[in-house]
Design a protein around this ligand. Structure first.
Ligand SMILES: Nc1ncnc2c1ncn2[C@@H]1O[C@H](COP(=O)(O)OP(=O)(O)OP(=O)(O)O)[C@@H](O)[C@H]1O
Length: 269
């Protein structure tokens, strides 16, 4: 990526509620089982929140409920003044971009065509291709614009997904394990980039250290409920990690940034 991947934070964006995400008491069930159980959280306008939790905690299900793919049983999702669940899908797609592990398609597509899908919710414009190429540039994939999508590696596809989401010019970015498949360089680059983008972002992450380094806030889910929420420093503490993940951990300040660095060990009795 063309961005620098320093975990040193830029100054906080000025307070601005226009793209603050507010999730209030959202629930979602599948096959009669409650998977997301009355979740409330807020992501301040322009900031990055990490959605953390053990396997099966409901991170992907919650992201899909917020994005409208999983129709919630109840609750409200607002982006600024907009009620995201009450609006038509196309209107929502103008505001919300989703990056998730997508199933592949059999249709032959160039990389650029995949990125241009980000313009689908918008009225077609002359600048669409330039915008798509810019997004590819941002994720370091511009040279592969004409390549067949099917020939890309997992990490390259992940970067193209982000380029498609950027091309959508969203006010809210929902990312499901965006660093999956990425090598360490691109893990740091992607999260540093998303953080500095200034777009309200909610990202499901497994790597607690990446979350600690790049997220403004974190929300810890367990069994479909919020177990803890707040700054990484307040939430990622040994007692909480032990309680939610069932492992011991030590927390040290990062030698350069002061952010928490966690080292893990199996429970010691
Ligand atoms: N469509 C569905 N039908 C039935 N059960 C589902 C459905 N979607 C999710 N679940 C179940 O809901 C629970 C939460 O799944 P989800 O994928 O949201 O968790 P997650 O926190 O993202 O997990 P992981 O870290 O393993 O990716 C799991 O037990 C899963 O099997």
């Amino acid at each position: 990526m063309t961005v620098t991947e320093s975990p040193v934070r830029s100054p906080a964006a000025p307070a601005d509620e226009s793209s603050t995400l507010r999730v209030a008491d959202v629930s979602w069930s599948a096959d009669g089982t409650l998977i997301v159980d009355g979740v409330s959280l807020a992501v301040r306008s322009g900031t990055l929140t990490g959605l953390l939790g053990p396997n099966g905690a409901g991170k992907s299900s919650l992201l899909r409920a917020v994005g409208g793919t999983n129709r919630p049983d109840g609750g409200v999702v607002r982006l600024g003044d907009d009620d995201l669940l009450a609006m038509r899908r196309r209107d929502r797609a103008r505001r919300v971009a989703v990056v998730e592990q997508e199933s592949t398609t059999d249709v032959p597509l160039r990389v650029l065509d995949v990125v241009l899908l980000g313009r689908t919710p918008h009225r077609a414009g002359d600048s669409d291709e330039a915008l798509a190429l810019d997004s590819l540039d941002t994720v370091g994939m511009r040279e592969l614009a004409d390549r067949d999508w099917h020939t890309l590696s997992g990490g390259e596809r992940q970067r193209v997904h982000l380029a498609r989401a950027l091309t959508q010019q969203p006010r809210l970015l929902l990312l499901d394990e965006p660093t999956n498949h990425l090598d360490i360089h691109y893990q740091l680059a992607l999260l540093g980039f998303v953080h500095d983008l200034g777009v309200t972002s909610l990202a499901a992450l497994h790597d607690l250290n990446l979350a600690a380094a790049y997220c403004d806030e974190v929300v810890l889910l367990r069994d479909g409920r919020v177990a803890a929420a707040g700054s990484p420093r307040d939430v990622l503490v040994p007692e909480v990690i032990r309680d939610v993940f069932g492992v011991d951990c030590d927390v040290h300040p990062h030698p350069r940034t002061g952010r928490p660095v966690l080292t893990f060990s199996p429970l010691s009795g």
